[in-house]
Design a protein around this ligand. Sequence first.
Ligand SMILES: Nc1ncnc2c1ncn2[C@@H]1O[C@H](COP(=O)(O)OP(=O)(O)OP(=O)(O)O)[C@@H](O)[C@H]1O
Ligand SMILES: [Mg+2]
Length: 255
Amino acid sequence: MILAMTGKGGVGKTTLSALVINWLVAQGETPILAVDADSNANLHEALGVDFAATVGGIREDAREQAKSLNGVSKQQFLELRVQESLIERNGYDLIVMGRPEGRGCYCFANNVLRDVLDRLAQNYRHIVIDSEAGLEHISRRTLLSVDKLIMVSDCSVRGIHTTSRISALADEVKLDVKERGLIVNRVPNGELPPIVRREAEATGLHLLATIPLDPNITALDAEGSAFSAIPQDAPAKLAIEAMLEGMFAALEEKH
Ligand SMILES: Nc1ncnc2c1ncn2[C@@H]1O[C@H](COP(=O)(O)OP(=O)(O)OP(=O)(O)O)[C@@H](O)[C@H]1O
Ligand SMILES: [Mg+2]
């Protein structure tokens, strides 16, 4: 399953991506590729790992060396370097995309990279993509094909409106998406206020989960700890688990 978290800034995409990855690892739904597609990379912190290289940096190097490499060896160069840049952890690998665009032309490197990433993706059972805030990655179609496009909103009418815009834009650019769904995050007491619920229903998006505002997350975030340290009975963790269990049950039914 390829799952991407989108939504406006600060709604919880990275936090929820980390919780999803942790759950998949705990279930043995491995190997997983965790993709940090935010140019301001921070999924590694939520997962509690370090990274050294970004795909953007590798592409930059390849562009520098383009003069001395022909097409084939450039592809091999990129492939090797991308492999090397993977941070391997128990059950998952993390890849950090880094800065999307610098100066100069990246068309060739981008095309080669897309092939490299497509091939890489085939080695994994699940891929979880933590994307950048806003709509640009959708309009530029930097997300590859996605099984579940998850639009995350905070508990506000404005947040929900952004998810509608993302969904409409995904249609407009004909993004290759099998299913999409809505998560409302940071909900006080886990209870959606009626006005937010109405707006959420009006989007026509499937409401996958309502994630409570969870002091356990606030505490871990404040001390910079990884979310793997969240207590078993933390309300946000339980809500994510219920959502994923539902998703997997639906998948099983289909097969
Ligand atoms: N369910 C929750 N309960 C309490 N705090 C939360 C919850 N979800 C996220 N947060 C907090 O909200 C803030 C934003 O979360 P996060 O960084 O995951 O959002 P984001 O959408 O990835 O942001 P950005 O757009 O900057 O990438 C963080 O301080 C995080 O700890
Ligand atoms: Mg983030």
